[in-house]
Design a protein around this ligand. Structure first.
Ligand code: PNS
Length: 162
């Protein structure tokens, strides 16, 4: 069975993430979407909330070979633990490339049995990021075109509480 890991901070999941997850699910037998921490970011949603948002978005799409998990350690360690042969990342623009390339090389050094696979984003999602969603929503803007419909109330609630 070919297992792929789709890692990210997913704070929150966007339509761009969902596009990558959906396409990865067509390429691999099983995809594990894993909520991790990014040392450079402090998340708005808790790890449990981020997992819940992802699970609901995936359920809403009816994708049945994808599961959601979380892990606080190294991605390479997690890939080994799960016997994954691939780490799937979405590439939006050239600006993503250097950082992603650096991570891919580091992960290969740490665990050579998992290959990093880059899926290019669809042009509709080129500009999209979780940070942008938070900025727009935080200033009262409409994020309907940026995130799965089922998580819109959660975003509104979070900013109401903030
Ligand atoms: O969605 P993001 O924030 O771009 O995802 C980045 C993430 C979480 C995949 C990256 O920070 C990561 O792999 N974190 C886990 C810790 C780790 O393995 N760090 C070394 C990466 S080379």
């Amino acid at each position: 069975m070919k297992i792929a890991i789709c890692p990210g901070s997913f704070d929150p999941v966007t339509l761009g993430h969902m596009d990558i997850i959906r396409r990865a699910a067509l390429l691999f037998d099983r995809v594990i979407v894993v909520v991790m921490s990014n040392a450079a970011k402090s998340p708005l949603f808790t790890q449990v909330e981020r997992m819940d948002l992802l699970k609901r978005a995936i359920d809403a799409e009816g994708i049945d070979n994808v599961i959601v998990d979380c892990y606080d350690g190294l991605l390479a360690e997690y890939a080994k633990l799960r016997n994954a042969t691939a780490i799937v990342k979405g590439l939006r623009a050239m600006s993503d490339f250097e950082y992603e390339f650096q991570m891919a090389l580091t992960n290969r050094k740490l665990y050579a049995d998992a290959e990093t696979v880059f899926l290019t984003t669809t042009s509709d999602h080129m500009y999209l990021s979780s940070s942008l969603v938070k900025q727009v929503a935080g200033l009262g803007g409409d994020v309907t075109d940026f995130v799965p419909a089922c998580i819109l109330p959660d975003i509104a609630d979070k900013f109401r509480k903030e």
